[in-house]
Design a protein around this ligand. Structure first.
Ligand code: PMP
Length: 468
């Protein structure tokens, strides 16, 4: 039996309850799961509860969690202050459809923390936030097209679905009209000359949208100088700059990546940490742009000259309550420092594992995130004389590791009690402990040793590092 099917068997053996839920799921859930990233063989995870940096599945298996609600849980699972705020709000009714006090307090905190947040409009997710930001930019400029960067993820709506996964020139999804695709220009990030060229050539670009961390919360690193340059070029061409801070917001600093790097976008999108583990998102930005939501009483203006926006659950009370609770913690600065310190410990320890075993790869990431790159190109691995030599900012390479490798990596890690966010990386919370990191490092070491044995990953430039 191959190592990989032995692992699958051992994995399944510890998950009989999960298997029976999976059977029921396949008979009722379209696609068998609730999110493309939750597909998993032999069975998806069915999580029962979480506390701090850990969670447990329906079979009682324990995981050190670096998925953390897809990056939403900066304070870890079930933090007392957020649960108390939600309970308190629940006691007064879950949803009104009217505005309420908590929405305003939540917005005030966002305005106080985020440098460019002159005005705030709440939505229900990161996807809704980028959709609304793009509508605002088109309305403000009277132009149609969007400049986006290859590999950057901005949610799943039609306008942004092309160009986030390689091959970047292929359709993002079935079901998106060609005209929509024609409304975007996708280029590699990092080349200001190229941005200048596109903006000089194309007169119909309303906005440039970017993950300020670099694609997929920093999996493809981006120099902050590029953001500064982009700000300047966009201004010169009167194109709005949209920061997608869905992951970086309230995580990279209390005011997000824009505060960390000192770059002021015109509009920014938030979700995840913003709502403290409840559904929620926001578009924030310059008053002049956000005034497009205003109702003036002038019938012509109100019907024809503004941006419309509805949403049953916008700023729903429970989301607002959780959001206020988390942002109060974020404002203090300590929780971000703690999550960053834990991530640094992890990056350092996992990097040393790769060095100790002479594995062709490296560990990287900013603030409270981490990513692992495995070099699977034999020629490159052989040519590199140090881990340093493998470093790249090529989105095609960093986002193009073989899917079977990612699958097996995630299966091994879960088997050893660790869950990651997507691909090879994850996020840390203020609730993670040194012990969590040390145990996760042991799991990581076992994982890479198995991968090495299988020849799924390569050794670095050693004579033994020959690869089929
Ligand atoms: N933008 C970025 C940078 C994201 O990482 C995500 C979600 N992973 C989104 C937008 C979409 O957010 P949501 O899943 O809340 O729709």
């Amino acid at each position: 039996m191959s190592n990989s099917s032995a692992l699958s068997d051992a994995y399944a053996k510890k998950r009989p309850e999960s298997a029976s839920w999976y059977k029921r799921a396949r008979a009722v859930l379209a696609g068998g799961v609730g999110h493309d990233l939750r597909h998993f063989k032999p069975v998806p995870l069915y999580i029962e509860r979480g506390v701090g940096g850990r969670k447990w599945d329906v079979d009682g298996n324990e995981y050190i969690d670096f998925l953390l609600g897809n990056g939403a849980l900066l304070l870890g699972h079930a933090p007392a202050e957020i649960l108390a705020a939600i309970h308190d709000a629940t006691d007064r009714g879950t949803h009104f459809g009217n505005d309420h006090r908590l929405q305003i307090e939540w917005a005030e905190l966002v305005q106080k923390l985020v440098p460019s947040a002159e005005r705030v409009r709440f939505v229900n997710s990161g996807t809704e936030a980028t959709q609304l930001a793009i509508r605002l930019a088109r309305a403000f400029t009277g132009r149609t097209k969007i400049l986006r960067f290859e590999g950057h993820f901005h949610g799943w709506h039609d306008d942004v679905i092309h160009g986030f996964q390689p091959p970047f020139d292929a359709d993002g999804s079935l079901g998106v009209p060609m005209q929509v695709r024609d409304h975007q220009v996708a280029i590699p990030a990092g080349d200001l000359g190229l941005v200048e060229e596109v903006l000089s050539r194309e007169s119909d670009i309303a906005a440039a949208i970017i993950e300020p961390s670099g694609a997929s919360w920093g999996r493809v690193p981006l120099a902050p100088e590029f953001l500064r340059g982009l700000r300047e070029v966009a201004l010169r061409h009167q194109v709005l700059l949209i920061f997608d801070e869905v992951v970086t917001g309230f995580r990279f600093s209390p005011g997000g990546a824009q505060q960390l790097y000192g770059v002021l976008p015109d509009l920014s999108c938030f979700a995840k940490v913003l709502a403290g583990g409840m559904p929620g998102g926001a578009v924030v930005g310059r008053t002049a742009v956000m005034a497009l939501f205003d109702i003036t009483g002038n019938a012509h203006h109100d019907r024809h000259q503004r941006v419309t926006h509805q949403g049953t659950f916008n700023a729903a009370p429970l989301s607002a309550a959780a959001g206020i609770a988390v942002l109060k913690q974020v404002a203090g600065g300590k929780v971000i420092e703690r999550a960053n310190a834990m991530a640094e410990r992890l990056r350092d320890a996992w990097g040393k594992v790769l060095q100790r075993h002479n594995i062709a790869g490296y560990v990287y990431g900013l603030c409270s995130t981490f990513h692992v790159y495995f070099e699977t190109d034999a020629a490159r691995a052989r040519a590199a004389s140090s881990h340093q030599d493998l470093q790249t900012t090529d989105a095609g390479r960093l986002k193009g590791m073989p899917p079977e490798l990612i699958d097996q990596y995630q299966r091994l890690l879960r088997h050893h009690g660790v869950d990651v966010m997507s691909s090879t990386g994850g996020v840390l919370s203020a609730a993670h402990t040194e012990r969590d990191i040390d145990e996760a490092t042991t799991a990581f070491e076992r994982t890479v040793l198995s991968l090495l044995e299988d020849r799924s990953i390569l050794s670095l430039s050693s004579p033994a590092g020959t690869v089929e």
